[in-house]
Design a protein around this ligand. Structure first.
Ligand SMILES: [Fe+2]
Length: 213
């Protein structure tokens, strides 16, 4: 796997959005330390799946944009919730779960960022319909969201939280397999596990997202 984020969005010359994305991701990481390096890793994981699905360059550009911006709606989430060291209360969780729709509203009027929208809006939907914000199920969830959901969950599981240590890669892959067909699109989950087992992915020290993009 090449260095995460290397080239990526900038490569195909979206000159306006490169500094915009860097500023947004810096703002996100400043407000939520849990996000440090997260967007870059999720993008790299998602890209490995997309390559196996045969996605071409233009679609991969959209993926990189969407991976970089998928949590941008957390700019609208209270810092006290983002930085809370323990588990969230039901009300705090509901507030946190506004971030996909908030992100879509934030980007919705910026024409050149439209390819990011399905990633931003649908990355917390679940295959079984139990996700948010729309509770879509199966293939009614745009594939961009299904793909990012697997990459996002894997990174979350293998990252430390104040209330739990990181899961090992092995344990996270087992969990992906266990939740294939309930939380995750089974095909996407299977492809991710296969890509990992083929050595196409590694977890390394997180890079600052602003530097990667
Ligand atoms: Fe998210």
């Amino acid at each position: 796997m090449r260095e995460r984020g290397e080239g990526t969005v900038a490569r195909r010359g979206n000159r306006l959005s490169v500094p915009l994305i860097a500023n947004l991701t810096t703002a996100l990481e400043t407000r939520d330390p849990h996000l440090r390096g997260h967007c870059g890793r999720v993008t790299a994981f998602a890209e490995a799946i997309a390559v196996r699905l045969g996605w071409r360059a233009r679609r991969l550009d959209g993926l990189r944009l969407g991976g970089a911006l998928h949590d941008v709606g957390k700019l609208a989430v209270a810092e006290s919730v983002l930085r809370k060291p323990g588990r969230l209360s039901a009300a705090e969780l509901a507030h946190m779960q506004t971030h996909p729709a908030a992100g879509a509203r934030l980007l919705g009027t910026i024409e050149e960022l439209q390819p990011a929208l399905p990633y931003v809006l649908f990355h917390h939907e679940r295959w079984d319909g139990g996700g948010y914000p729309h509770g879509l199920a199966g293939e009614a969830i745009p594939v961009e969201g299904r793909l990012l959901a697997v990459a996002d969950a894997f990174d979350a599981m293998t990252s430390a939280r104040p209330y739990r240590p990181p899961l090992s890669v092995h344990a996270a892959l087992v969990e992906l397999g266990r939740c294939a067909g309930s939380q995750f699109d089974p095909l996407v989950a299977r492809i991710f596990v296969a890509a990992w087992q083929a050595g196409e992915l590694v977890v390394s020290e997180p890079l600052p997202v602003a530097a990667a993009f």
